[in-house]
Design a protein around this ligand. Structure first.
Ligand SMILES: NC(=O)c1ccc[n+]([C@@H]2O[C@H](COP(=O)([O-])OP(=O)(O)OC[C@H]3O[C@@H](n4cnc5c(N)ncnc54)[C@H](OP(=O)(O)O)[C@@H]3O)[C@@H](O)[C@H]2O)c1
Length: 325
């Protein structure tokens, strides 16, 4: 097998494409021949040693992928050779093969495209958990999505629309805003050129958004929280801009508003039955055409460094998928 190995997480140049012995699955594990893996922002952070999870060294980055069962470990009864599957393992995806705990692997539903599956579980799972479970978003409410043309951002536009909400999508370029409009956003704001607070006031008749979905953080958070509606819910998704914002606590008080943390990986670990229900609902929405990953482009698996460069320079619209064919 080949894999991108990270022996010392000092940055994106610390990964190298290496030939390694193909592992055999232990008890309760499966070996997957990887067809496609998608890039998520945490994959960039993890090779820079900036992510909360610090895998033992050396490790293979990449958290989610689709492929075929290539070997089955002892006691693994619900998979057989050749089954098409999708896996969320946290590491191991940027490779040709990966051995993983069978509990982290799901059979691919009929009709689910392999490339879409590789770009689905983390972004849509996070966003469903955020909007449905954590924010209790209701039809007719207004959602502001920041970084709306990114991986989780595009999922948030689609899921919020599927729930009957009005979506204001905010992003850093006109081209990204255009993509958001194509995905169904009711209004867009280019926050590089427009005054975000003035625009939010104008678009909500002074009321502000009911729910804010924020994967960006940094200096956007405080002005946006100041614009939130009475009883608003501000979803803390991530900090792609780099800075972790600090918020004066008088702001939630004055708005009767909530600051709501979202940590999908921990939710999936602690509440597996609830997560399985959420993923099953998402799979049926995929079948019905309500949600579909936006794939910016597909690259060969060997082009991981280019993919890291595109993500860190904010050039990606939707998701990047790395393929082994
Ligand atoms: N809480 C959870 O459970 C969970 C799960 C998955 C992901 N996340 C987090 O969500 C965030 C987004 O992840 P993603 O995979 O969707 O990433 P992504 O596709 O790269 O999207 C991130 C967006 O952030 C914006 N951005 C602003 N400043 C940036 C910078 N300096 N570098 C890169 N992007 C910047 C970009 O939009 P503009 O150019 O339009 O500003 C970009 O489209 C990350 O912080 C990630 O860790 C959290």
């Amino acid at each position: 097998m080949h894999a991108w190995l990270c022996e010392n997480p000092t940055g994106v140049d610390a990964v190298a494409w290496k030939e390694l012995p193909t592992p055999q699955p232990g008890a309760g594990e499966v070996l997957i021949a990887i067809k496609a893996a998608s890039l998520n922002f945490p994959d960039l952070l993890i090779v820079q040693n900036k992510y909360q999870m610090k895998p033992p060294l050396p490790f293979v980055p990449g958290s989610e992928y689709s492929g075929w069962i290539d070997a089955v470990g002892e006691g693994t009864v619900h998979f057989k050779l050749g089954d098409t599957v999708v896996a969320f393992g946290g590491t191991g995806a940027f490779a040709t093969h990966c051995c993983v705990d069978a509990k982290l692997v799901m059979p691919l539903p009929a009709g689910f495209a392999m490339n879409d599956a590789a770009a689905f579980v983390l972004t849509y799972g996070t966003t469903q958990h955020a909007l449905v479970d954590r924010a209790a978003l209701k039809a007719g409410e207004t959602v502001l999505v920041l970084g709306a043309a990114g991986g989780v951002g595009t999922a948030a536009i689609q899921i919020a629309k599927a729930m009957g909400a009005k979506v204001i999508a905010a992003a850093s370029t006109d081209a990204k805003c255009e993509l958001c409009a194509q995905l169904g956003a009711d209004a867009t704001i280019n926050y590089s050129t427009a005054n975000l607070r003035d625009q939010l006031k104008a678009l909500t008749a002074g009321k502000g958004p009911d729910v804010v979905y924020d994967p960006v953080g940094g200096d956007l958070a405080e002005p946006v929280f100041r614009s939130i509606a009475w009883r608003g819910r501000y979803l803390v998704i991530g900090f792609a801009q780099g800075g972790i914002p600090a918020l004066p606590l008088n702001l939630p008080l004055l708005k009767g508003a909530s600051l709501v943390g979202v940590f999908w990986g921990e939710f999936a670990r602690r509440e597996p039955a609830a997560n399985a229900r959420s993923l099953a609902e998402l799979a049926s929405w995929y079948r019905e055409g309500k949600v579909k990953p936006v794939i910016d482009r597909k690259l060969p698996m060997t082009e991981l460094k280019q993919a890291f460069e595109l993500m860190s320079t904010r050039t990606v619209r939707g998701k990047l998928v790395l393929c082994n064919d």
